[in-house]
Design a protein around this ligand. Structure first.
Ligand SMILES: Nc1ncnc2c1ncn2[C@@H]1O[C@H](COP(=O)(O)OP(=O)(O)OP(=O)(O)O)[C@@H](O)[C@H]1O
Length: 811
């Protein structure tokens, strides 16, 4: 990120005079304001911003942004915060919490005249995600643009740390993410937070949860204790430990919707569908097909899932522009996608929970939760991306039958009104075959599918609420098939009993039993582990040593199945999975021999490696192992020697070097160099003549070989060039797609109410046919404002522009 500099040029003399005069006016203003704030009654009901004792620049900024009436949370929180109280604010999503803390930040710093480089940092606003930080910063800039003189900056990850450093010491207000600000606090010497007056945590529950706990603890260590702290969230924490950690003494609880019968906005219609995990993508596809004229936000549990679903659906040409967003993307791409989705009228964004909180995308029609959220709070945050600030919206949650009971219980407890609906069977489509075809043809997509599968299973495994997430009840094998995969990839994350079951399981690839290898193919998660447990029960009776386990250990990564097949006996018939894998299996043949030799030589404990347990003179247990090709058995009498077994390179040293042989046409072995008998040599002619002849023949041979080599090199280059061109062409096509160049028929629009059999009639369903009433313009979209803004300054397009305009806020 370019430094969030003020961007102000050195003021000319008349400007300086005007500023001094303004400051004087401010002084008067400040005194008056101090009195007015002291007299302010925080229990009174304030309706309009003009009822509050606010500075002229703030009033002007609010007016220019068309904010006139206060929302509930603003009415309750602003008055208290102006009086310097610590606040714990909770209000439903989309209820206007951002202004509830930004106005007090501007006002309290203004009254304290915490302005300019000498004043130092006055307020620190922390947000859990970069996107949300940017959004807060934008709102701050808009309402502060009418005459405030503060310097404000945005410090988020994914941008240049060094460039931010110089600017830091000049900032009065900073909007940041926890990791980045901690970086600066610990590494930037010039960054002084000694004068800090206010700390704000937006989406406090997320910031205070496990993910950010340590960062927040460390940040708070640097800050002065006698500051004002404001915490805001849609689902408020009152945990004593959290409050103590933030030195939040006697906070005022401002919870406007606590007594409300629902935790979500009234204008939000919420439904759930019970759909087995293996049908989720079919249901999602069918849903998208019936809602092509909507703006849809789809939540999935991991970036890898997002990537796969996005790529797969894109290939299927859904007829609606698709976008995808997850935390692993570059910051510029994330920003670009956020703004494209904000601007889009119809689009479908696949995203992780990185956009679940706080983001204010205008006019989202649908929030679809394909993967069950980890808890009810996350559910509330996700659905909060629609039906914002009194607008209407719909949300639908997909649940596997095993998740239904547990999740509904949690939602009920949190006062979330949700009703079950069913999918109309005739509207349900299946894309399973297409996905299988695509994965078969495109190894990259198959790879993404494998990753998606693994990350999904892992995400279920780490879920805390086992009443909702029951791995053993999920149809994982069918789920893998529904992603187009030929089999369920193996996963190495098992902990506790399950991990032991897997660890103790023998290497099926080396076992002769076909049954066992079948079991292994289906192994996944707990289900698989339990299969193994039963199979191994009989073996567990005998004592198992570390060595036994070491010999039986197998590679448990994504390709483990393939590996197992590769080292299986030659006569083993390829199974269905192999056949599906076609080309890849053929390629793998290349490695079969090599792998088998390595595996046999190094790991196998049956025929090739003879082991012998003995006791040494000092009574220590030792084991002798005969390595094939080695002259002497390897004595395992120390840890270091044991380690030898793991290193093939070191084992090679123990082996005989061997002799190189060549085979003739009849298959008889000969040493590479065989001496000719003297008579034969003499019979061939003079040695000089023989030498000349030999040289001639060899030169010819080398020349032909050289030609062949050159041709092969040319061919290689050619294919490489073609591949590159193909890649470029595909990339160009992809970009076109992203730009909205979407194929498909738009006329096929049916509306989701048609798709759902028991859907409550959507009140605006008919209205939808009529021209939609224009979405009320946001304050910053106002034409008048736009024109004026154009004359004042250019609207920011990039993060850098935004930062460069930080000073705009500020005068
Ligand atoms: N007083 C107001 N008058 C009109 N519109 C408002 C007012 N306050 C906020 N809004 C608008 O309401 C929308 C939601 O506001 P905001 O993003 O602050 O909600 P939030 O409570 O922070 O939501 P979340 O919990 O999802 O973060 C925004 O589009 C904002 O412009």
């Amino acid at each position: 990120m370019a430094p969030a500099v003020t961007g102000r040029t050195r003021p000319t003399k008349p400007k300086k005079q005007a500023r001094v005069q303004k400051r004087k006016r401010d002084d008067v203003d400040v005194e008056k304001l101090e009195h007015a704030v002291a007299d302010l009654d925080p229990t009174a009901e304030y309706k309009n911003f003009t009822d509050l004792p606010l500075s002229e620049p703030t009033k002007a900024g609010l007016k220019a942004s068309h904010f006139t009436t206060l929302t509930d949370i603003q009415a309750k929180a602003i008055a208290l915060a102006l009086k310097g109280k610590n606040i714990l604010g909770a209000a439903k999503t989309g209820s206007g919490k951002t202004l509830a803390f930004l106005i007090p930040v501007l006002e309290n710093l203004y009254r304290a005249q915490c302005i300019g480089a000498d004043a130092g940092l006055g307020a620190l606003i922390i947000s859990p995600t970069r996107e949300l930080a940017i959004q807060i910063f934008e709102v701050l800039r808009k309402i502060g643009r009418k005459g405030h003189l503060f310097s404000a900056g945005l410090m988020i990850g994914g941008t240049n740390l060094q460039e931010q450093r110089d600017a830091l010491s000049r900032m009065n207000i900073l909007v940041c993410t926890p990791g980045r600000i901690l970086d600066h606090l610990s590494k930037t010497a010039a960054f002084n937070v000694g004068n800090l007056r206010m700390l704000v945590l937006d989406e406090a529950d997320r910031i205070l949860d496990m993910g950010f706990q340590r960062d927040v603890d460390a940040i708070v260590e640097y800050l002065p204790k006698d500051r004002q702290t404001l915490l805001f969230s849609a689902t408020q924490t009152k945990k004593v430990s959290d409050l103590a950690r933030l030195s939040l003494s006697n906070p005022e609880y401002v919870s406007v919707h606590e007594s409300a019968s629902h935790a979500t906005p009234k204008t939000l219609q919420q439904n759930y569908i019970v759909t087995p995990l293996s049908d989720k993508l079919d249901t999602l596809w069918s849903f998208i097909q019936s809602s092509k004229k909507s703006k849809i936000l789809v939540f999935l549990s991991s970036g890898k899932q997002v990537r796969f679903v996005y790529e797969a659906f894109r290939h299927l040409q859904p007829g609606i522009p698709l976008l995808h967003l997850h935390g692993r993307q570059k910051q510029t791409a994330r920003l670009d996608i956020t703004s494209r989705f904000s601007a889009a009228k119809t689009s479908c964004l696949f995203a992780t929970d990185v956009v679940a909180r706080g983001l204010d995308f205008p006019a989202v029609d649908w929030v679809v939760q394909v993967d069950c959220p980890e808890d009810a709070d996350t559910y509330i945050h996700r659905v909060g991306r629609t039906a914002r600030y009194e607008r209407e919206g719909r949300a639908v949650l997909f649940l596997d039958p095993s998740e239904e009971e547990g999740m509904l219980k949690r939602l009920e407890h949190k006062k979330v009104p949700i009703e079950r609906i069913n999918v109309k069977q005739k509207k349900q489509m299946s894309i399973k075959n297409q996905l299988q075809n695509m994965c078969f043809k495109d190894p990259q997509l198959k790879y993404l599918g494998q990753k998606a599968f693994i990350s999904y299973v892992k995400s279920i495994h780490v879920q805390k609420d086992k009443e909702i997430f029951k791995m053993s009840e999920l149809p994982l094998e069918e789920f893998a098939a529904s992603l187009g995969l030929p089999g369920a990839p193996r996963i190495k994350f098992m902990k506790g009993d399950d991990a032991k079951a897997l660890k103790n399981a023998p290497r099926h690839g080396l076992s002769s039993s076909e049954d066992e290898s079948e079991a292994e193919d289906t192994v996944d998660g707990l289900k698989g582990a339990s299969v193994l447990q039963t199979k191994e029960k009989s073996k567990q009776d005998s004592v198992r040593t570390k060595y036994d386990r070491m010999f039986e250990r197998r590679n448990q990564d994504v390709l483990a199945d393939h590996y197992a097949k590769m080292i299986r006996n030659d006569d083993t018939q390829p199974d269905e999975t192999d056949r599906l894998d076609g080309e890849q299996a053929e390629d793998d043949d290349l490695f079969t021999v090599k792998r088998r030799i390595e595996a046999d030589q190094v790991l196998s404990d049956d025929s090739d490696v003879d082991s012998d347990h003995q006791r040494s003179e000092n009574g220590k247990h030792i084991k002798k192992i005969l390595i094939p090709g080695a002259k002497e058995p390897l004595v395992l009498d120390s840890k270091r020697r044991e380690k030898l077994l793991k290193s093939k390179k070191k084992l090679l040293k123990l082996k005989d070097k061997g002799t190189k042989l060549v085979f003739d046409d009849e298959g008889n072995a000969h040493p590479i160099y065989e001496f000719e008998g003297e008579d034969q040599f003499v019979a061939k002619g003079a040695p000089e003549e023989q030498r000349r002849k030999f040289l001639e023949e060899e030169t010819k041979r080398v020349e032909t070989a050289d030609l062949a080599d050159k041709e092969a090199a040319r061919e290689k280059k050619r294919t490489k060039r073609e591949k590159r061109k193909e890649r470029e062409r595909l990339e160009a096509e992809e970009n076109d797609d992203d730009d909205g160049g979407v194929t498909g028929t738009e006329g096929a629009e049916d509306g989701f109410a048609n798709f759902l059999a028991d859907a409550r009639p959507l009140s605006d369903e008919d209205e939808r046919e009529e021209p939609k009433p224009k979405r009320p313009k946001k304050w910053f979209e106002n034409d008048k404002h736009k024109e004026q803004a154009k004359t004042d300054r250019q609207e920011p397009e990039t993060l850098e522009d935004l930062e460069a305009l930080a000073s705009g806020l500020l005068g």
